[in-house]
Design a protein around this ligand. Structure first.
Ligand code: FMN
Length: 467
């Protein structure tokens, strides 16, 4: 279901009120409406509530210091000011209203409001006498009338001071509605993830793939037309290399089969084997070898992130073709490598029942409707589908928004994440499934296809116990 703020970036400014804790719930409500939210804290707000909850829920680092630069050198409050569809300051203190009314860019919240051309929604919260003070009344009027800000007035009721009056932060649903109204009818200002504030780094995972052998393919194949020309694709290998880096960090032995890539590969070393290939045919050979037993164990999992050509020239010209009247190429379909591996695994389930866990990727343009069919047709355990026509998703980007489909019909729609975080989310599933598989093998519970019975992950799993 898409929310009323789908695709929007909202800057949430929090200032030093006792109601600052309510901003965590406001953040949750905004994200539930589909918004990408980045949080700014005034120095006082950071004393009421620390940045950790905001960072974890927003998946963005929190902007607390107006003078700190982003890790990539950009100026944080300007990036937010230029890319947010709206700013909402909630709770807004009396001090914020006064400083804002006078353009005092003393902290990240006010500096961002000053620097933006996006709509600004302000929800004040304070003691009743502060709210009714002529200074506050004048400041609110200036924000409304001179700046065009939407002010969601505080509600009446018991206040933190123990008194009663008008000053309580408005109902959060009213603040969300005001943000929705403020952006209605406006185009998304900055759909490209690269122009938005950076995403926070993924939390480190435990070494839950120690002792596992994972085969990962990355990059795009190149199918030669003649000795100097080829048919290629836009894959840069970022997703596959992120998977390899993440699997290595989690203790796996990794065979990375890399076609054409534009990112540095992990250095070969203990636990890392890198095999370079160019064509779909070479990738097929490398895959057959990598999936075979090593030290008595076949590969535990294959994650097929490479973009393999669906068609290749039927013949490669032995010498460089010269410019002539024109050229007609005859293309032949290449074999479906993942379906081949899946079919082989089904026929030759190793004696121990340790069938490799198979993960495919499907790059779709537009709808992901065909993805479930692909998962079943190829006999995969997981299919990671993404809409490569969406900004910030697909080839060459550092981020990806994917939907993970599983063989049991499950569908997990992930938000926009860094490719490293997408890699870790996929590997979370791989690690859990392998533990479940081995628990099934140990208890004699593997099914005829070598897959452990669903829901049998038990604490008695020998790997878990040994860890
Ligand atoms: C416990 C406590 C609660 C406070 N609550 C509020 C409040 O709800 N609204 C407000 O305007 N100021 C409140 N203040 C005062 C502000 O924190 C203070 O004016 C501060 O300078 C605001 O800074 P900021 O606007 O940069 O965040 C409170 C102070 C304390 C000690």
């Amino acid at each position: 279901m898409s929310g009323r703020l789908e695709g929007r970036l909202i800057g949430l400014g929090v200032t030093g009120s006792i109601a600052a804790y309510k901003a965590v719930e406001l953040l949750r409500l905004l994200t539930a409406e589909g918004a990408d939210v980045v949080v700014l804290l005034s120095p006082s707000a950071a004393r009421f509530i620390g940045p950790l909850s905001f960072a974890a829920l927003s998946r963005h680092p929190v902007e607390t210091e107006v003078l700190d630069l982003l890790p990539d050198g950009r100026i944080g409050h300007i990036v937010i000011a230029d890319s947010a569809d709206a700013l909402v300051v909630a709770p807004a203190t009396a001090h914020f209203l006064g400083a804002m009314a006078n353009g005092m860019a003393s902290d990240a919240v006010i500096a961002t409001c000053l620097a933006t051309s996006a709509p600004v929604v302000v929800a004040p919260a304070m003691d009743g006498d502060m709210w009714s003070h002529p200074a506050t009344v004048a400041n609110v009027a200036r924000l409304r009338e001179a700046f065009g800000y939407v002010v969601v007035p505080p509600a009446s009721g018991p206040l933190a001071s123990g008194q009663s009056g008008q000053g309580r932060l408005a109902e959060l649903a009213r603040i969300v509605d005001a943000v929705v109204e403020a952006v209605a009818g406006r185009p998304i200002r900055q759909p490209a993830a690269t122009a938005r504030p950076p995403l926070a780094d993924a939390p480190p995972r435990e070494a839950d793939l120690a002792g596992r052998r994972i085969v990962i393919t990355a990059g795009g194949t190149r199918e030669p037309i003649d000795p100097v020309r080829f048919i290629g694709n836009r894959s840069t290998g970022k997703m596959g290399v992120a998977l390899a880096d993440a699997a290595l960090a989690r203790g796996a032995r990794v065979t990375l089969i890399a076609a054409a890539v534009e990112v540095p590969l992990p250095p070969p070393g203990a636990g890392t084997e890198v095999v370079r290939v160019e064509t779909a045919a070479q990738l097929r050979d490398a895959l057959s070898t990598a999936m075979l037993e090593r030290d008595g164990r076949p590969a535990d999992a294959l994650v097929m992130a490479a973009a393999v050509a669906d068609f290749a020239p039927s013949r490669m010209a032995p010498t460089k073709l010269s410019r002539g009247e024109g050229l007609t190429l005859e293309l032949s379909p290449t074999p479906d490598l993942l379906a081949e591996v899946a079919a082989r695994a089904r026929v030759a389930v190793p004696a121990a029942g340790r069938r490799p866990f198979l993960v495919g990727f499907a790059a779709e343009a537009g709808s992901l409707d065909r993805a479930a069919g692909k998962l079943a047709a190829k006999g995969l355990d997981l299919l990671v589908a993404n809409d490569v026509s969406e900004a910030g998703s697909g080839f060459g980007t550092d981020t990806n928004r994917v939907t993970i489909l599983d063989a049991a019909g499950g569908r997990d729609e992930l938000p926009l994440l860094t490719k490293r975080e997408v890699a870790d989310r996929i590997l979370d599933r791989v690690a859990a499934a392998l533990d479940e598989r081995d628990a099934g093998v140990q208890t004699g519970g593997s099914t005829s296809d070598g897959r452990g019975p669903a829901g049998t992950a038990t604490p008695a799993s020998p790997r878990r116990a040994a860890r």
